[in-house]
Design a protein around this ligand. Structure first.
Ligand SMILES: Nc1ncnc2c1ncn2[C@@H]1O[C@H](COP(=O)(O)OP(=O)(O)OP(=O)(O)O)[C@@H](O)[C@H]1O
Ligand SMILES: [Mg+2]
Length: 302
């Protein structure tokens, strides 16, 4: 194998004549690296031999940088937590102080809101860091999707009512799955909260649960709100990505909700996708596998 292949950041092309010797060389090179390789095979049929060319890209540097980014976010959020709690505590006291001069009431109320917002951002970032580090594995149990849907509808009935949104559900034929109930509930809460938040007053939000392929279940959150333009769709699961920053901020959003949703879902083997038509509405689809392989550690749904 080409020695240069193990130098960080180097891409190289290696002709392969003897597959076994080649694989041995790649395994040895990979074992010697902390990071990893991106590999792509291009098969060349020269008519005489079983021959291929592999393009290997050493991604050790990217893996390290990504780890540094994760550590930085986790550490910075952690360090910000205590000072923010102290500031919030004093601002709360100040806001409730009857002796506060009238001209300070509005600024202090604003400080209180902003401090609360900062605390929510820090908590969301810490949550993302925990999910990324995999420090809390999913708690497998048998879950009836209809129960989750019922809980979520009950939690959001008040908010939907205040915004004159009709919130409905249908979940009769969704089979039980082995998954993490708490995570699935949080995924659905985030999606339903968004649907209610971004749909104008008088709109409709519907939660539908039904059978998926391979004995799993599919949960959908549909709304008839403003929709999301195609160019934004690939990015809305990124951290801090908001389609309409001003409007989202005004509604109290930081753009971390869907990033958390994606991590929560992927951490339990589920997937979340979005389809939307501007002016017509948005559908978020969560596909939850049956999870039979986790059955031994699962508790029955209570
Ligand atoms: N149902 C929806 N209809 C229209 N736009 C949506 C919908 N759901 C999400 N979006 C858009 O995707 C963006 C990202 O959503 P996300 O939940 O990550 O952030 P947020 O709601 O702004 O803030 P947070 O959830 O952190 O409070 C939102 O700002 C909004 O622009
Ligand atoms: Mg949100």
């Amino acid at each position: 194998m080409n020695e240069q292949a193990v130098r960080p950041g180097v891409s190289f092309v290696c002709p392969v004549y003897n597959k076994e010797a080649y694989l041995e060389a790649v395994c040895a090179a990979m074992a010697a690296q902390e990071g990893g390789f991106d590999r792509e095979f291009i098969f060349v049929d020269d008519g005489s031999r079983d021959r291929s060319v592999e393009v290997v890209r050493d991604v050790t540097r990217e893996v390290r940088l990504e780890q540094m980014r994760k550590d930085f976010v986790a550490n910075a959020s952690h360090e910000l937590r205590s000072p923010l709690t102290v500031i919030s505590g004093y601002v709360d006291e100040l806001a409730e102080d009857r002796a506060l001069a009238p001209e300070w009431r509005e600024p202090v109320a604003d400080m209180r809101r902003q401090a609360q917002r900062m605390r929510e951002i820090v908590e969301d970032l810490l949550e993302l860091s925990r999910l990324e580090s995999g420090e809390r594995p999913p708690q497998w149990e048998e879950v009836l999707p209809s129960e989750i849907v019922e809980d979520v509808v009950a939690s959001f009935a008040g908010l939907a009512g205040r915004r004159s949104i009709v919130l409905t559900r249908s979940s009769h034929s969704a089979p039980a799955v082995i998954t993490d109930a708490d995570r699935l509930r949080r995924v659905m809460e985030n999606l339903v909260e968004n649907a209610i938040k971004y749909t104008p007053e008088g709109g409709r939000v519907e939660i539908v649960a039904g059978p998926g392929s391979d004995a799993g279940t599919v949960l959908e959150v549909r709304d008839n709100g403003p929709g999301i333009a195609t160019e934004h769709l690939p990015r809305i699961f990124e951290r801090f990505y908001r389609v309409d920053k001003a409007r989202s901020r005004e509604l109290g959003g930081t753009g971390l909700g869907l990033a958390i949703v994606k991590h929560l879902a992927e951490g339990m083997g589920a997937s979340v996708t979005v389809a939307s038509e501007p002016g017509k509405g948005t559908v978020f689809t969560v596909v939850v596998p049956a999870g039979a392989e986790h059955a031994s550690g699962a508790r029955p749904a209570s």
